[in-house]
Structures are given as C-alpha cells and as structure tokens.
Design a binder for this molecule. Structure first.
Ligand code: PHE
Ligand code: CO
Length: 291
C-alpha cells in the first residue's frame, strides 16, 4: 500500500461517480484559513523575480489571497471566463483514468484538505495549497490551459498503450517541476516548486541540481524522485514551445522509447543542452531539505 492517507481505490462515501466532492468551504477552521495565509505570505516573499510571469499574472487574476482558503464558488467564475477551466474538489489522489478525464474536460481536481502546521515545508501528498496555489494560476494562461487539457487526452491514450510511466515523467518535469526561460533569466512555473518555499530557491539558485534544456524524449526516459528536491530540472523555452512539441503524435515516440533505457536523475548525457551542470552536493550529503 502507499504511504498516503488520502488515497482510495473507489469513490469514498459521499463522492460522486467522477470522485468529486463538495468543497464545503464553510467547514474550514480559522486555523486552516490562517495556514493558507501563512503559506501565501511566505511564497510572496520569494516568488517575485523567481516565478514566471504566467504564474504571477494568474495569481493576481484569481485574487487568491482574498483571505484564507479560496472558495471555489468564487474563483471558478473568474477561471472559467479566462480559459474555460474550473477547479473541482476530490477526497485525495484519484485513479489515473479519473484524473485524465477531469483534465480532458478542463477540470482540475484539487485536494480538499490543507496541511497541518508541522508540515508547512514539505508534504508528498497534494493538499489544497499545493493544488490551488501551485497549479491553478498557470491554468489562466491560454497555452498552458490547452497543454493541460491535451495532457488529459494523451493520458487516456497512453494508458491504453501501456506507456503511462513515460507520460507521467512529462507531467512531473513540466507541470510539477518545470523551469522556463524568460528574457530576465530562468523562472519557475512547476506547481511543486512554486508551492514550496525551500525548493523555489533551490531549483533556481542551488549549485547541486542539473538544469537541462527540455527535450521531449529525454524527459520521458528520465526517472524522478518524489521524496526530496529534484536532482534535475528541465527548462522549456516558453509555454508556446512546450505546447508545440507536445502537439505531435506521441505514438512513434512511445515505439522508440520501448527500446530505450531509463535515465537516472543525476545523469548528464552527451546530447544534453546543459544550462548548469550540478555538483549534486545536496543529494550526496543525504538531502532531506538541509540546504
Ligand atoms: N500529443 C500527445 C499524443 O499524441 C498528447 C499529449 C499532448 C500528451 C500534450 C501530453 C501533453 O499522445
Ligand atoms: Co501537483
């Protein structure tokens, strides 16, 4: 079994067939709303000059610091008007097929719960802060919005072809831990980074990780770790460029990847466009956030 608490194999009691539940915004406690405010304020100290314009503009457009945990009934009309996306609440991680179906229909499934006060820095399970603060601002960008929907459709297809591991790596290294180029330098846009105070700094400024130009097949071959800061980040030139390369039919790529070996997180290959070659010092000292 997994280490996660909020994982179910069928819709738990109270959930609809698509696994959604009501957000029940009124049920959050004052402490929980305050947790959001603390996390929000902390990220805003760090993100200007580090997060991509798409992310920061989205954050502003949705007014996610109106006070406490956002009420989906309030943010959804704004998001829907911008790109046709909505956020729905789910009880925890949902099965792949359910997740893909939501994305393919421009619905982003968010956890309902918020982390406890002793988990402010890192938790592996996505809570509402990670899902809404981290993911939803990017969904206001029209190209990113299209990319996420296409990913949902692509996921349904990849599941049928038995290549979900390969496609999941694309999600991991873009949607969760992506960096992008800007005219002012490297910026973060991945939700796993922008929702983490420590990784927001580490991903851009630490000497340890490799930062490598995005290459679709290279990314699909690269393993990832879920328990610590990443040892490699991939850098896209722009959201438009990411959308353009992922528009192509992946079937021939999946075919080629069947004969290809997986790539370890710390590996730098001769063909890589290396933006910064990491020392891997952080991982070699044992990691776990003691930067
Ligand atoms: N083009 C992909 C395919 O043919 C679908 C996809 C698009 C996957 C965008 C991920 C992101 O399967
Ligand atoms: Co996420």
């Amino acid at each position: 079994m997994s280490d996660f608490e909020h994982v179910f194999s069928e819709p738990p009691p109270g959930a609809a067939v698509d696994w959604t539940i009501g957000q029940d915004w009124r049920a959050y406690s004052g402490i929980e709303h305050e947790t959001w405010d603390i996390l929000y304020a902390r990220q805003m100290e760090i993100l200007p000059g580090r997060a991509s314009d798409a992310f920061l503009n989205g954050l502003k457009a949705l007014d996610l610091n109106a006070g406490g945990i956002p009420d989906f009934a309030v943010i959804n009309p704004k998001l829907q008007a911008l790109t046709g996306w909505t956020v729905v609440c789910v009880p925890g991680l949902v099965p792949d097929a359910v997740f893909f179906d939501h994305l393919a229909n421009r619905r982003f499934p968010s956890g309902q719960f918020i982390r406890k006060r002793d988990q402010l820095d890192y938790l592996q399970e996505p809570d509402i802060f990670h899902d809404v603060f981290g993911h939803v601002p990017m969904l206001t960008d029209p190209d990113f919005a299209d990319y996420m929907q296409a990913y949902g459709v692509g996921g349904q297809r990849a599941a049928g072809l038995g290549v979900l591991d390969q496609l999941a790596r694309l999600y991991w290294y873009t949607v969760e831990f992506g960096l992008m180029q800007s005219t002012q330098g490297l910026r973060i846009y991945g939700a796993g980074i922008v929702s983490s105070a420590t990784e927001s700094v580490f991903a851009l400024e630490d000497a340890s990780p490799n930062r490598i130009g995005f290459d679709l097949e290279r990314v699909m071959r690269t393993l990832y770790r879920i328990d610590d800061f990443q040892q490699v980040y991939f850098v896209i030139p722009s959201i438009e460029a990411l959308k353009a390369v992922t528009l192509q039919d992946f079937a021939p790529i999946y075919e080629r990847l069947k004969g290809a070996s997986d790539i370890a997180v710390e590996t730098v290959l001769p063909g890589d466009r290396v933006l910064s070659r990491g020392t891997q010092a952080y991982a070699e000292r044992g990691g776990r956030f003691a930067v």
